[in-house]
Write a protein that binds this ligand. Structure first.
Ligand SMILES: *Cc1c(COP(=O)(O)O)cnc(C)c1O
Length: 363
């Protein structure tokens, strides 16, 4: 016999339709954005692809800044939609130089769209977003910002900075679920998306999602996964209880304490503080050692470190994003990296690193 007993996890009630608009408004406040906020019923890469697909068409010219695989994909999606795409690619594992962006904009008579990632979790870098946006704005270019990693870890004032499309996910610094994401769309971006009829009747169509806004922001299309929206609501409750400014300050502190710890350890950091994100800190692995061996040694201590992604492969990343932006994770990350170095026969001053982290966390 089957037991048909009700399980609250398996039998979650629908997310109440009247609460989607509240969720969108709360995300708008996190983004400092008064424009439209769209909810996407999938992880943030889908929201990014939706933005690209909805903007791309023959005749559209785009400048796409590539500082990680995410930027690379964005350029591919624009190309697939028939847009003319000029990629400007940062040095491996480094932020884009503002001079390169200025040069590329000056070299092109008209650019409709500029796309850039705010902060990278793959290498721990921060692109010079306000400067890039100022250049784009002065030319009337519509801007798309991948703020999936940065939101909650860095300030992002969408309206004040002039971001036309900001894509976010709750699963990084906001410490929320991975199965739902959101984007903001400005009036200027809508004009471009709706010009000559953007793609419709597609899960990737922002024009379709505009109908949800126009119809009073009630039930989302299809059958939304309720647990994702309950989890998003819980994440927003936590962020609002802590206060967004304090969440960001917690990431700033975790990053500076990690950097201080790595410096005292004798390991150094990959980029200077001004070019670093508050989300992960990359450390250059001594030439004779393999990142995988150090990561495995830290893993045996129960500490999760990660390899740098793509071209930034000879790096180890110390993650201090979301709930990890806290003293105990910062301390265990640095101490485990130091222990791994020593086990590999490389010196590391773990005592000095602990002192530095303790000092960073002392008022
Ligand atoms: C994490 C991240 C994403 C989204 O990737 P997921 O596959 O949803 O984790 C997009 N862009 C950036 C810059 C990210 O760091």
């Amino acid at each position: 016999m089957f037991d048909l007993g009700w399980n609250p996890l398996h039998g979650a009630p629908s997310y109440p339709a009247e609460r989607y608009s509240t969720l969108a408004d709360r995300i708008g406040r996190i983004l400092h954005c008064r424009g439209d906020i769209l909810l996407v019923q999938a992880e943030a890469v889908v929201a990014l692809e939706a933005a690209a697909v909805s903007l791309a068409r023959p005749g559209l010219s785009a400048l796409n800044i590539v500082s990680s695989p995410y930027g690379g994909w964005f350029g591919q999606w624009l190309l697939r939609g028939g847009a003319t795409v000029r990629n400007i690619v940062a040095e491996p594992g480094l932020p884009i130089e503002i001079e390169a962006v200025a040069k590329a904009l000056d070299a092109s008579p008209h650019i409709d769209v500029l796309a850039v990632v705010h902060a990278e979790s793959a290498s721990g870098i921060l692109n010079p977003l306000p400067e890039i946006l100022a250049l784009a704005r002065s030319r009337g270019t519509v801007t798309v910002v991948d703020a999936v990693a940065s939101i909650g870890g860095h300030r992002l004032e969408v309206d004040a900075l002039g971001v036309d499309v900001a894509v976010i996910g709750p699963q990084k610094a906001l410490g929320g679920p991975a199965g739902v994401s959101a984007l903001s769309v400005s009036k200027r971006a809508w004009d471009l998306i709706l010009k000559d009829g953007g793609p419709r009747d597609s899960i990737l169509s922002l024009a379709d999602l505009k109908s949800w806004v126009e119809d009073g922001r009630r039930g989302l299309p299809g059958t939304p996964a309720p647990l994702e929206f309950f989890a998003l609501e819980a994440a927003l409750d936590r962020i609002e209880a802590e206060g967004l400014e304090d969440v960001i300050a917690r990431h700033v502190l975790a990053a500076s304490a990690t950097r201080a710890g790595l410096t005292a350890l004798g390991a150094g950091t990959w980029v200077p503080a001004a070019k670093a994100s508050n989300l992960v800190t990359a450390v250059p692995v001594p030439g004779e050692l393999a990142p995988a061996g150090l990561i495995a040694a830290a893993g045996r201590l129960g500490v999760d470190l990660a390899a740098g992604a793509g071209a930034a492969a000879h790096l180890v990343r110390l993650n201090h994003t979301g709930p990890r932006a806290a003293f105990q994770t910062v301390l265990s990350n640095v101490a485990a990296y130091g222990t791994a170095l020593r086990q590999a026969g490389h010196p590391a001053d773990i005592a000095a690193a602990s002192e530095a982290i303790s000092a960073a966390y002392s008022p």
